[in-house]
Ligand binder design. Structure first.
Ligand code: FBP
Length: 286
């Protein structure tokens, strides 16, 4: 219990809110997120992620076990969250039913921790509505129980996806995903921001409020999505927290698809909004 509380406080930097730097895209999106047109060349080198983690202000750096294992010895000050499952975007796209297999068991992660890597938690993706949903829910449920018994917190990524899902960002489905995470016992759930459509005139942040309430004592955070300018991104984040009831952020591309200086600065601005209730203008001035 003490270890869990210590890890929770480390991950949330003592605030109960989460600033998660998502670095799992090398499997999820292959190299496309790292070598795109207009992206600073630094982003092509995996060490870029760890330099941002070291020089910036983040709660956790989330990535697969192997990525963390290769660099953690040189970056011991970072709090790591090990993503337990992953799949590439070559499978389970759009109309298909995706399954994201667990890539290693908890013992492998605990062994890394024993060896001195600063691991504070685990992550797992569930594709809600996929025909493989029950397998992913069962794996996640078991992992959460084991993780908590071993003092680790858990973030679930829950994305409605598959043939049964007409609109992945439907506000009701996003709220459903939040409730599933609560019932599985996750500490935080990462969802895509809802997209109200048709007669639904709410803003995305207003729609998010229902999901945050559905998550109850599980903190809800949103994925950052593709890269936009810093002010647009920070305004979205501010609204997610102050209108939508989000409990932090989970941001990948918007951070690392920038030069090191800009990326480091953005983590500080994001953390100022997430962890210290700064306004967008004050965060931009950092
Ligand atoms: P960003 O959207 O902030 O870059 O976050 C990345 C991420 O949410 C990963 O954590 C996740 O694995 C991946 O995108 C999922 O992408 P997709 O929705 O394309 O499967």
């Amino acid at each position: 219990r003490d270890e869990y509380i210590e890890n929770y406080l480390k991950a949330t930097r003592g605030t109960g809110r989460l600033m998660l730097f998502a670095c799992d895209q090398k499997i999820e999106h292959l190299n496309k997120d790292f070598y795109g047109e207009g992206i600073d060349i630094a982003d092509a080198e995996p060490q870029h992620l760890f330099e941002i983690g070291r020089q910036g202000v983040c709660g956790v750096l989330a990535g697969q076990r192997g990525l963390i294992a290769q660099y953690a010895a040189d970056y011991p000050e970072i709090n790591y969250l090990v993503k337990m499952n992953s799949k590439t975007n070559l499978v389970g796209v759009k109309q298909d039913d995706p399954y994201s297999p667990q890539l290693y068991d908890l013992d492998a992660v605990l062994a890394m921790r024993e060896a001195g890597v600063n691991i504070v938690g685990l992550g797992y993706t569930i594709y809600l509505g996929s025909e493989y949903e029950s397998t992913m829910m069962a794996e996640a449920g078991e992992l959460i129980a084991q993780a908590h018994a071993n003092g680790l917190l858990v973030v679930l990524w829950i994305y409605p996806r598959g043939k049964a899902v007409a609109a992945e960002k439907d506000p009701d489905l996003i709220a459903g995903a939040a409730g599933v995470a609560l019932c599985l016992g996750a500490d935080f759930v990462k969802v895509n921001p809802p997209k109200p459509e048709g007669d639904d005139t709410r803003t995305p942040a207003e729609a998010l409020k229902v999901a945050s309430m559905a998550a109850g004592r599980t903190g809800l955070v949103c994925a950052g999505g593709s890269t936009v300018d810093a002010e647009t991104f920070l305004t979205q984040l501010y609204d997610q927290i102050h209108v939508g009831g989000a409990c932090g952020n989970a941001t990948g591309r918007n951070i690392h698809q920038r030069s090191l200086d800009e990326a480091v600065r953005l983590t500080k601005a994001i953390s100022a909004i997430t962890l210290a209730d700064y306004s967008v203008a004050d965060a931009l001035a950092i």
